[in-house]
Ligand binder design. Structure first.
Ligand SMILES: *[C@@H]1O[C@H](CO)[C@@H](O)[C@H](O)[C@H]1NC(C)=O
Ligand SMILES: *[C@@H]1O[C@H](CO)[C@@H](O)[C@H](O)[C@H]1NC(C)=O
Ligand SMILES: *[C@@H]1O[C@H](CO)[C@@H](O)[C@H](O)[C@H]1NC(C)=O
Ligand SMILES: *[C@@H]1O[C@H](CO)[C@@H](O)[C@H](O)[C@H]1NC(C)=O
Length: 390
């Protein structure tokens, strides 16, 4: 759902509530609803710990408005009054009112491109007081693919990218977020970002000591290189492999960075698998990387363990990892056994934690894939499935 449709949806919901419960006195109140009171761009509440792309700022704004402007006791009283007035005439009158209000709102609601223009105008003026708001507006708008596609034509993308250099880290963070959101699953924007030369800058930002900045920058890097030959090539030539290994082997780095990096490895391997890309990424068939991945599984973060297994699964399937497989895949067996002991303990302690059971299943699957590949690679059939750890 795009920013505007979410907006309309909640607006309609609110209108229905307000109109339905406040029979006689409703008209003025409803008509006086205007965009600034809705606090659409209120953005103090967008720090979502779990989601790397952070959730949806405007939704919070609207809900806060709705809660702040409702008086539950009064609403309930009016709802009861309403229920006792079974009057078709009043009902009809209300339906007409709703219709009129919606029509009026639709006339007044500026188009997306108008809103984009306004935000881009603020970026151009480069007034630090408005920048954060302008970037948040763009963040919502580029969620819709046609807006993301228009961003560069309207001059917005280079302005956002320029803000990656802002001295204020929160502005840099939001700018990276906008770039990532616009580029996500969007080859057109991916290539524009690459042409504007923003990838090296974003990669540098991943090393930021401001953790939110590092996370949003990595979100953007992943979005820009995903399934994009040129992006992957540039990422690699800029030392992306060294960056990945450096952060993965840093045990004190934020677990959210680790999760995202492991997913990036899985993506890179999958790209090579699915598109049979002739782009060779030697670091994917390198024990240094695989061992760092295994080391991460000693953490008790199940999400991270699952992501590591998915990445290892993809790496195992690459043709280029045959030699590693013949050599025991960097100690895969021991790593899986250790993980399974850890998971079994968790399953016992937490009354059949379903997530742990799933991850345990994934361990078995990875082991099977390994054994199959080993058999195939040796060209022999002397390995029986009974070797699967139980
Ligand atoms: C919208 O509401 C705000 C705050 O209540 C008020 O200051 C402003 O004048 C209103 N704007 C319009 C166009 O009614
Ligand atoms: C950021 O600043 C550096 C040095 O001042 C400059 O070389 C670079 O091109 C700038 N990057 C962007 C994206 O504006
Ligand atoms: C490891 O991560 C921590 C936390 O982000 C950071 O402070 C430290 O500089 C990192 N160490 C290295 C060697 O990068
Ligand atoms: C299976 O084949 C490998 C490679 O030729 C050989 O080293 C190993 O001894 C064989 N294993 C069994 C159980 O026959």
């Amino acid at each position: 759902m795009g920013g505007r449709s979410v907006f309309y949806f909640f607006l309609l919901l609110l209108l229905l509530i307000v109109v339905a419960v406040s029979a006689g006195e409703a008209e003025e109140e409803v008509v006086s609803v205007n965009k600034s009171t809705l606090g659409l761009w209120e953005n103090n509440n967008y720090n979502n710990e779990d989601e790397l792309d952070g959730g949806f700022p405007s939704l919070d704004g609207i809900l806060h408005w709705a809660i702040g402007h409702s008086d539950p006791a009064k609403l309930q009283q009016q709802a009861q009054q309403h229920l006792s007035t079974q009057d078709d005439h009043i009902l009809q009158k209300r339906q007409t009112e709703i219709k009129e209000v919606v029509e009026k709102l639709e006339e007044e609601m500026p188009s997306d491109s108008k809103l984009m223009q306004l935000a881009i105008h603020d970026l151009k003026n480069n007034n630090n007081n408005n920048l954060e708001d302008a970037l948040h507006q763009l963040l919502i708008l580029v969620e819709a693919i046609h807006n993301a596609n228009n961003l560069h034509n309207m001059g917005g993308l280079s302005l956002v990218i320029a803000q990656l250099n802002n001295s204020d880290h929160t502005i840099r963070t939001t700018s990276a977020w906008v770039v990532g959101k616009a580029a996500q699953n969007n080859p057109l924007v991916q290539n524009q970002v690459l042409q504007l030369g923003a990838l090296p800058k974003l990669m540098l930002m991943v090393k930021s000591s401001f953790i939110e900045e590092a996370i949003k920058a990595l979100y953007a890097v992943s979005a820009v290189v995903r399934n994009n030959d040129k992006g992957i090539e540039l990422f690699y030539s800029q030392g992306g492999d060294i960056m990945i290994q450096g952060i993965l082997s840093n045990t004190t780095a934020d677990v959210r960075l680790h999760r995202r990096l492991v997913s990036l490895i899985a993506d890179l391997a999958e790209y090579q698998l699915v598109y049979n890309s002739n782009l060779e990424l030697p670091f994917l068939n390198n024990c240094a990387l695989v061992k760092v991945l295994f080391d991460l599984t000693t953490s008790d973060d199940l999400d991270l363990q699952e992501k590591v297994l998915l990445a290892v699964k993809n790496l195992l399937m690459l043709e280029s990892t045959e030699l590693l497989v013949l050599d025991g895949f960097c100690g895969l067996k021991g790593a899986l056994e250790r993980m399974r002991l850890q998971l079994q303990q968790l399953i016992r302690e937490e009354n059949d934690n379903e997530y742990a059971i799933d991850v345990d299943g994934l361990c078995k699957e990875v082991n099977l894939i390994y054994l199959e590949k080993l058999t195939k690679t040796r060209g022999l059939n002397n390995i029986s499935v009974s070797q699967v750890p139980t």
